[in-house]
Design a protein around this ligand. Sequence first.
Ligand SMILES: *[C@@H]1O[C@H](CO)[C@@H](O)[C@H](O)[C@H]1NC(C)=O
Ligand SMILES: *[C@@H]1O[C@H](CO)[C@@H](O)[C@H](O)[C@H]1NC(C)=O
Length: 196
Amino acid sequence: MAQPIMRRTHFVWRCVAILCSLLSIAVIIAGIVVVVVCHVIHPRVPVISVVDAHLLHFNYDGAGGLVTQINIVVRSQNDNMKAHAGFSNFNLELFFDGIRIAVLSTAAPYEVKKNSSVDFNYDYTLDPIPLSPQQMEYVDAYLKEDEVRFDLKGGVRARWRVGVFGSVRFLCNLNCRLRFHAANGTYISRRCSSKA
Ligand SMILES: *[C@@H]1O[C@H](CO)[C@@H](O)[C@H](O)[C@H]1NC(C)=O
Ligand SMILES: *[C@@H]1O[C@H](CO)[C@@H](O)[C@H](O)[C@H]1NC(C)=O
């Protein structure tokens, strides 16, 4: 009576052992693939950055609403020499003193060829945004200092398709302060890039 049960148990354990071996081999192969891919492609992670901007209008109207007209150029860069990069879920948010005043996004995913870049030019004329008396004071102060400050936060998902092996994914995050001269709207250029 005990013999068949033993045999069946034995069989089950053999299956488990074989599955484990296959799994280990798969993990080892995946590891080798990652190492090879990293050496062959020599990854330079995709990067998004603000390359130019202009503040065309910034003040509050008679009703205390912030009126802003702004232009921001965001570059998606793929320094990889061997693989196209696919970008998706592009979403950047522009804040003035914690108020989200604009969302920069793309209608659809997009591709950036090897060793190349794509620029998106965002032009916004924003509807007046109600400000608190304190925020109106900030606006006055910024105008007086001749330095207007916004925060730009968000990111994009990037992906390299690597031959038959699938793809390598990245998350490019941006978190920077954009500064402008109030008098002429000139962007005070600072590094604003998702590069680590
Ligand atoms: C990559 O792009 C730069 C500038 O556009 C160019 O000078 C260089 O030759 C390119 N390299 C390759 C391998 O295509
Ligand atoms: C804008 O104004 C600042 C100082 O207010 C000045 O340094 C800068 O050169 C001006 N830019 C242009 C394009 O006139």
